[in-house]
Design a protein around this ligand. Structure first.
Ligand SMILES: Cc1ncc(COP(=O)(O)O)c(C=O)c1O
Length: 505
C-alpha cells in the first residue's frame, strides 16, 4: 500500500495548486478530504484536465468538481476485495479508509500480489517444433504423424504395449468401458473420491455406478471396501462388469491388493490414471495396471495438450476397437458404412505435437512437483492441525497436487473458511474432490465404506477437511513462499489468539 503523503487536498484548493500537487505526487490521483480529514472523492489527471477544457480559470477552486461516489476499501481489506474494487470500476488505484473514513493509504494495481493458481500449463522449449511441423506438412487433422508418434512415445515411456490418443481423458474412460463390454443394466464399481469425469461415462453407457470408499493410507480405493462390495454383489447375484480404480493427485492406488480381489471375481480394472502419469507403484508406472488404463492431458495436468487423453492396454484388440470407435466407427468399405455407433474422440495432430514436446519434460515436471511438496512439508509439516496426503512405501507419487487435511478444531476454522481466506489473498486453494456418493446427481447410488458404522466413510472425512495447495511446476520460489506464509499465518491464528487470551487473563 502506498502512503498518502502529498496526496490529500481540500475542495478549497485552487486548480493551479491541484495541478502542481498532482505533478509532484506523480501518482495520477489526489484524494479530496473535508475539514475533518474524511475522504470525499478521488481526483484524477483527467478530472483536472476537463476542468481546464471547460474554461475553469487556474485561480478558481476545485470545489466545482461534482460530488461522486468514489470506490474505496476499508482498512484490512483482503487482496481479493481490493482487486475486485478496482475491477468493478476499471480503475488501477483505490484509497484505503480508516474507521472514521479518513484515507490512510492508496493501493495501486501494480502493488497487488498476482494471483497464484493451483496448477497451470507449463510449456517447454520443444512443443513449438512439433506443432510447426504439423503446420508445415499440412497435417491439421485428427490423425497424422504426431498422433502416431505420441501414442508410441507415451506407451514406450510407461511400458505399455498399445495406446490410442483421444480428445480427453473422459473420452478414454468412456471408450474403455465400452470396449470392456459395459452396457445397459450393468453395474460398475468406481472410486467415490474422484472427479465426476471418472464416473460419468458409466452413465453414458446406461450402466449403474456403485461407489467404493478410500483407504486412509493412500486416499485411493480401499481394498477393504472393494472386498465388501464384491461380497455384497455376489450375495445379490450381480457382479460388476468393471471396476474403475482412480489414482488421485499423482498417487497410484494399491494395485496389487485391488487386482487380486478383482481377479478372484474375474472382473477387469479400468485404471483411471488421469492424475497420475509419471507416478510409480512398486517401481512400475501408474497407468499400466488396468486391463485398460487412461491418462488425461487436460490443461491442469502434469503435462498437457491443452485438452486430450489416452487409452492404453497391453491388449492390442481393445486399443484397436477403441481407436475404431473414436473415429466414427467406419467399416472398412469403399464408401461410408457403419455397423455400430461411433464417436468423434480422436486427438488432433496439432495437440499431439504439444503432447510430444511435453512428454520430453515429464520427468522434470515430476521432480519439480515433488520438490514443491517437499518444501511445503519441510516448512509446514510440524504445524499442529495440518497433515499431508500420505505416501505409502509402495508408492512414488508425482505430487501432482500437494493435498493435505486440516483439523478444524485445532486451527479454529473449517476447510471451507480456510479456502475462502486463502482466496481472499489471491491464492487458489481447492477442496479435495467431493466424493461421488455425496453428489446430488449420484445420490441414489450405492456406496460401500472402508470402515463400519456411521463414521466408517474415509472419503467423507477427506472431503470435509482436505484441500489442495498451489502445485504448478512453474510456480516460482517467491510464489511458494507467499503461499507458505499466508497459510502459516492462518493455521496459527487460533493458537496465537489462545496465547494472547491466556496472557491477558
Ligand atoms: C481422476 C480424473 N479422471 C478423469 C478426468 C478426465 O480427464 P479429461 O479432463 O481429460 O477429460 C480427470 C481430469 O480432468 C480426472 O482428474
Amino acid at each position: 500500500m502506498l502512503p498518502i503523503d502529498g496526496l490529500t487536498i481540500r475542495r478549497s484548493a485552487r486548480l493551479l495548486q491541484a495541478l502542481d500537487q498532482m505533478n509532484r505526487a506523480a501518482k495520477g490521483v489526489l484524494l479530496v478530504v473535508d475539514e475533518d480529514g474524511r475522504f470525499e472523492r478521488t481526483v484524477t489527471d483527467g478530472d483536472l484536465r476537463r476542468l481546464l477544457l471547460a474554461g475553469q480559470p487556474l485561480e478558481s477552486t476545485i470545489a466545482s468538481l461534482p460530488r461522486i461516489e468514489s470506490v474505496t476499501v476499508a482498512r484490512g481489506a483482503s487482496t481479493a476485495a481490493i482487486a475486485q474494487a478496482m475491477d468493478s470500476r476499471k480503475i488501477d488505484q483505490v484509497p484505503v479508509l480508516d474507521e472514521r473514513g479518513a484515507p490512510i493509504g492508496l493501493w495501486h494495481r501494480r502493488e497487488l500480489p498476482t494471483p497464484i493458481l493451483l496448477s497451470t500449463p507449463h510449456l517447454s522449449e520443444f512443443e513449438q517444433d512439433y506443432v510447426a511441423d504439423a503446420f508445415r506438412t499440412n497435417w491439421i487433422a485428427p490423425l497424422g504423424p504426431n498422433v502416431d508418434a505420441f501414442e508410441r512415445e507415451v506407451a514406450d515411456k510407461v511400458g505399455s504395449k498399445h495406446a490410442a490418443a483421444l480428445s480427453s481423458g473422459t473420452a478414454a474412460i468412456h471408450l474403455g468401458l465400452r470396449v470392456l463390454g459395459v452396457g445397459q443394466g450393468d453395474v460398475v464399481f468406481c472410486s467415490s473420491l474422484t472427479f465426476a469425469a471418472s464416473a460419468n461415462p458409466i452413465v453414458y453407457q446406461n450402466a449403474t455406478p456403485v461407489f467404493i470408499d478410500s483407504e486412509p493410507e493412500s486416499w485411493n480405493m480401499s481394498p477393504v471396501a472393494l472386498r465388501k462390495a464384491f461380497r455384497e454383489a455376489e450375495r445379490i447375484g450381480k457382479l460388476p462388469r468393471a471396476v474403475i480404480v482412480v489414482c488421485l493427485y499423482g498417487q497410484s492406488a494399491d494395485m496389487d491388493a485391488l487386482q487380486s480381489i478383482c481377479d478372484e471375481y474375474g472382473v477387469p480394472i479400468l485404471e483411471d490414471s488421469a492424475e497420475s502419469l509419471g507416478a510409480t507403484y512398486k517401481g512400475r508406472q501408474s497407468g499400466t495396471f488396468g486391463k485398460i488404463s487412461v491418462y488425461s492431458f487436460n490443461g491442469n495436468k502434469i503435462i498437457t495438450t491443452s485438452g486430450g487423453g489416452m487409452l492404453l492396454s497391453d491388449d492390442a484388440s481393445l486399443v484397436e476397437q477403441a481407436r475404431f470407435l473414436s473415429t466414427q466407427a467406419r467399416d472398412p468399405a469403399p464408401h461410408y458404412q457403419h455397423s455400430v455407433i461411433g464417436f468423434n474422440y480422436r486427438m488432433s495432430n496439432i495437440l499431439a505435437g504439444v503432447g510430444r514436446g511435453q512428454l520430453r519434460v515429464l520427468d522434470e515436471r515430476v521432480e519439480s512437483r515433488r520438490a514443491i511438496f517437499d518444501r511445503y512439508r519441510e516448512v509446514l509439516g510440524d504445524l499442529p492441525g495440518l497433515r499431508f496426503m500420505p505416501e505409502p512405501s509402495w508408492s512414488r507419487s508425482t505430487r501432482w497436487l500437494t493435498a493435505c487435511t486440516i483439523d478444524p478444531k485445532v486451527i479454529g476454522m473449517t476447510r471451507e473458511r480456510l479456502v475462502e481466506r486463502m482466496s481472499a489473498e489471491r491464492i487458489e486453494v481447492r477442496a479435495v474432490w467431493k466424493p461421488m456418493h455425496l453428489q446430488p446427481v449420484f445420490g441414489e447410488c450405492r456406496y460401500v465404506t472402508h470402515g463400519a458404522g456411521d463414521g466408517g466413510s474415509v472419503s467423507d472425512r477427506l472431503f470435509e477437511n482436505g484441500l489442495c495447495l498451489p502445485s504448478g511446476s512453474n510456480m516460482t520460489p517467491i510464489q511458494q513462499e507467499r503461499v507458505i506464509e499466508t497459510l502459516r499465518g492462518l493455521l496459527t491464528e487460533n493458537a496465537s489468539r489462545r496465547v494472547t487470551a491466556r496472557l491477558a487473563g
